[in-house]
Design a protein around this ligand. Structure first.
Ligand SMILES: NC(=O)c1ccc[n+]([C@@H]2O[C@H](COP(=O)([O-])OP(=O)(O)OC[C@H]3O[C@@H](n4cnc5c(N)ncnc54)[C@H](O)[C@@H]3O)[C@@H](O)[C@H]2O)c1
Length: 322
């Protein structure tokens, strides 16, 4: 039996990942609202069929919006996402990532939202992990204010679920990449490398370049969100019963990534070697066995995802110079 349309709020829906998620909800026939203050997101990422409100998640108007629309589902992607900003200005990071979240959860409680999807980060909540790929149950020892606020959000949601009955799922992403990632930001090495290759500039590598990450394609992250929106997730006690890692489990070094993208671009540009950045994790990869048991599996190889991303950025640049 087809269920009726849901009213879905996507926060951060003008950003890289959130805009793909808004597209997927619309394709599934849901009604979609987007709240985004455009601090890093772009108006052109917002799908035309979504209702867009240029609004800060900390604003009182968010509470009025919940009263007016009475959302069934909240998918919360808006955040301060830059680790270095969080180190330089931990108050700003906490204000957006904690205060902003609480404004949404309190609003969600007032109108009885059915499900709240929260985006955490498997790349930061575990700190430097002892076990690779890292399972959800590994110790959580974040090494940046951003990691602390992402984990704090999970603790708050656990309280809301356990004591006040708010159904939620936390998705702990690995390093997400794909079309619409900002090539000029601080995060997103794939987008940054693509942009530099297209400019004919050398790729900047910090330290030896042997640090590894788990790169997961944005289309596969969208699939995880769709599953989290529909499937009842495991009951149980403790933060980790509600959290799902979203990653491939494979590790790729920065040197390997640079070589792969250089061969896709067909344009060797050389390397600009810089000293290692203090505090940068050595290795990160996520064990997504729990999500795989619920039917999820990455559908894109790294090579396919890199090609799609490179072509997208090349087309964007060509469009901008026409
Ligand atoms: N990109 C990754 O590899 C990755 C990994 C782990 C977790 N995440 C999480 O995924 C989510 C989306 O990240 P992204 O990579 O798409 O980043 P992004 O910067 O493209 O998206 C974040 C969006 O939130 C909006 N925003 C920021 N502060 C806001 C505020 N106060 N009020 C309203 N809107 C606000 C921005 O304008 C932007 O559109 C974030 O929660 C991030 O922590 C991302």
């Amino acid at each position: 039996m087809k269920r009726s349309k849901r009213r879905v709020l996507v926060t951060g829906g003008a950003g890289f990942i959130g805009s793909h998620i808004a597209d997927a909800y619309l394709a599934a026939g849901e009604d979609v609202w987007i709240v985004d203050n455009l601090s890093s997101g772009r108006r052109e990422n917002v799908p035309s069929k979504a209702e867009f409100l240029e609004l800060d998640i900390r604003d009182d108007d968010v509470r009025s919006l919940f009263q007016e629309v009475r959302f069934d589902l909240v998918n919360h992607h808006a955040a301060q996402i830059d680790v270095r900003t969080s180190v330089l200005d931990p108050m700003k990071d906490a204000s957006i990532n904690v205060h902003g979240l609480l404004n949404l959860t309190e609003a969600a409680m007032e109108v009885g939202v059915e499900r709240f999807i929260y985006v955490s980060s498997g790349g930061v909540v575990y700190g430097e992990p002892e076990e690779l790929p890292t399972p959800e149950t590994a110790p959580k020892s974040p090494l940046s204010p951003y990691g602390v606020t992402k984990l704090t959000g999970e603790h708050y949601l656990y309280y809301y679920q356990a004591i006040r009955g708010l159904e939620y799922v936390a998705l702990r992403y690995a390093n997400v990449f794909g079309p619409r990632q900002d090539p000029h930001g601080e995060a997103g090495v794939v987008a940054i490398f693509c942009d530099r290759l297209l400019s004919g500039e050398p790729l900047t590598i910090f330290g030896e370049g042997e640090q590894t990450r788990d790169y997961v394609y944005v289309g596969d992250v969208v699939a995880a969100n769709m599953l989290a929106s529909d499937t009842l997730m495991a009951e149980g006690i403790g933060l980790d019963t509600r959290a799902f890692n979203v990653g491939t489990g494979s590790r790729t070094s920065v040197n390997q990534l640079a070589d792969m993208l250089e061969s896709i671009a067909g344009n060797p540009c050389g390397r600009n070697r810089q000293p290692a950045r203090p505090g940068e994790l050595r290795h990160s990869a996520l064990n997504s066995g729990r999500l795989r048991k619920c039917g999820w599996a990455p559908a894109h190889t790294l090579e396919e995802g890199l090609r799609e991303t490179f072509d997208y950025i090349a087309n964007q640049r060509a469009g901008a110079t026409e």
